[in-house]
Design a protein around this ligand. Structure first.
Ligand SMILES: Cc1cc2nc3c(=O)[nH]c(=O)nc-3n(C[C@H](O)[C@H](O)[C@H](O)COP(=O)(O)OP(=O)(O)OC[C@H]3O[C@@H](n4cnc5c(N)ncnc54)[C@H](O)[C@@H]3O)c2cc1C
Length: 427
């Protein structure tokens, strides 16, 4: 997108076409205006339109331009935070509600994909969180214990079982989560947009909202070429926020994350790696992830930005790390490389904000946005429709809190990943 092959890489090449959209022109009226066409905004728009509300989505660039079109595609259940820590962090009521909601969240993604026949390379064989060393295994044992106590279908696998599923004996064990799976994320974003339009939503692209003011009991939001008046505003701009409600961006630290996609592997090679097609990530502090696409490319990622020195450091590290995991891939070239920004919050949990009267938002998914974004979008739709109240939400309403030394922290992540990847293959 924006003629940048490193923005959406493989996903842009293999996703079905986006539904046709235009730039906003003139002045419109709606019940709800949604700002941002990622998972959160599109899910909100789809559920609002299906309930009969008139909804306009304004997207600054293109559908899926933000995290939604460039991520790894792991449809995860839950958050990074250990299940038992959530009630301590949010209180019993919100903690248990959020756990229940996000434990179930992948099923909403899979339901929508099926209901709207979204072409997004869906794989429902689960994910494998792979343990590095004794420390990684201890973490996963505890995670397994906590999820299993809640009846979740997660299974702790030993080294041999993990080697059998992944195709490498590099790990000390893994946690197989059968609630999870993988998708082609830009395909999913475009499919959600198509479903929302079919249900009656109007989506405008290349239409950044540059101004918003209260007017006539609602809000008028303006782009460079038009405006929309609506009673409610859903702000779904998250880590890619520009122009309006900048406090959302100010609360998030950008963690850069890149992906490298090999050329399609031969059947022989494909059969030696992830034969059941789970998505993988590991317990390393600077983690790695990988999964197959439908054409048999291995998509391998880790922390870092593909700019400046990172343009050579990270792909070189990727080659070394892959070779170490799967020596049979020693000569495989990368066909695509791309990266994006993950919005991290101070406690690794998302935020619900009422930014002004009738202006609501969820943000800060900490690299877990496919299932949560889809679910929170539906919750925002229900809130606006009056089907639920703020007291029923899975998160307490909080004020956005700007992160101190944000630019320094972001530089630390970017340079730290370069130093770590330049130094070693870290396996
Ligand atoms: C590289 C990477 C890997 C990731 N891997 C995973 C993963 O494997 N699994 C997972 O669950 N999550 C993953 N995530 C996180 C996930 O992608 C995000 O949490 C999720 O996409 C957020 O969705 P969203 O709709 O809230 O925001 P976004 O998708 O970021 O959408 C926000 C949109 O708002 C638009 N916008 C901003 N300002 C304006 C404005 N003023 N006017 C109009 N439009 C505006 C932007 O252009 C953008 O399209 C990853 C993220 C990245 C970057």
């Amino acid at each position: 997108m924006k003629n940048d092959p490193r923005s959406h890489g493989l996903w842009e090449r293999s996703a079905p076409q986006a539904p046709p959209t235009t730039r906003l022109s003139g002045d419109l009226t709606a019940d709800v205006v949604v700002i941002g066409a990622g998972f959160t905004g599109l899910s909100a728009a789809l559920h609002l339109a299906e309930a009969g509300a008139s909804v306009v989505v304004l997207e600054g660039i293109q559908i899926g331009f933000g995290g939604s079109g460039r991520n790894v595609g792991l449809v995860n259940a839950g958050m990074w935070v250990m299940p038992d820590d959530l009630p301590g962090e949010l209180g019993e009521v919100y903690g248990n509600r959020l756990l229940h909601l996000l434990g179930d969240a992948p099923s909403l993604v899979f339901e929508l994909v099926e209901k709207h026949a979204i072409a997004c390379e869906i794989e429902r064989s689960g994910t494998l969180h792979c343990a590095v060393g004794a420390k990684g295994l201890a973490e996963l044992q505890e995670r397994a214990r906590q999820w299993q106590a809640r009846g979740a279908p997660v299974h702790l696998l030993n080294t041999e079982e993990t080697a059998h599923k992944v195709g490498t004996s590099s790990y000390s064990g893994s946690l197989l989560d059968l609630r999870a799976g993988t998708i082609q994320p830009l395909g999913y974003s475009r499919g959600l947009a198509g479903a929302a339009i079919k249900a009656g939503a109007r989506i405008f692209t290349s239409s950044p909202v540059v101004d918003a003011e209260e007017a006539d009991g609602g809000w008028r939001v303006r782009t460079h070429s038009g405006s929309v008046w609506a009673k409610w505003v859903i702000v779904a701009t998250n880590a890619y926020t520009t122009h309006v409600w900048p406090q959302i961006r100010a609360e998030l630290v950008h963690l850069p994350y890149f992906n490298l996609a090999t050329k399609p592997l031969s059947d022989n090679l494909r059969n030696t790696i992830l034969p059941e097609r789970q998505g993988v990530w590991d317990t390393n502090e600077i983690l790695s992830s990988y999964r197959f696409d439908q054409q048999g490319r291995l998509v391998f990622g880790s922390v870092g930005a593909l700019r400046g020195l990172g343009q050579s450091i990270h792909p070189n590290w990727g080659r070394r790390a892959l070779r170490k995991l799967f020596p049979q891939l020693a000569d495989i070239a990368f066909e695509y490389e791309w990266y994006g920004s993950i919005g991290m919050t101070s406690n690794n949990l998302p935020r619900f904000h009422r930014l002004a009267r009738n202006v609501v938002s969820f943000s800060g998914y900490n690299g877990r946005g496919i299932a949560p974004g889809t679910t929170f979008g539906r919750i925002l739709a229900r809130l606006v429709l009056g089907d639920i109240q703020e007291a029923d939400l899975p998160l307490p309403m909080t004020e956005p809190e700007p992160v101190r030394y944000r630019a320094v922290k972001e530089a630390y992540y970017e340079v730290g990943a370069q130093i770590a990847h330049a130094a070693t293959a870290r396996f």
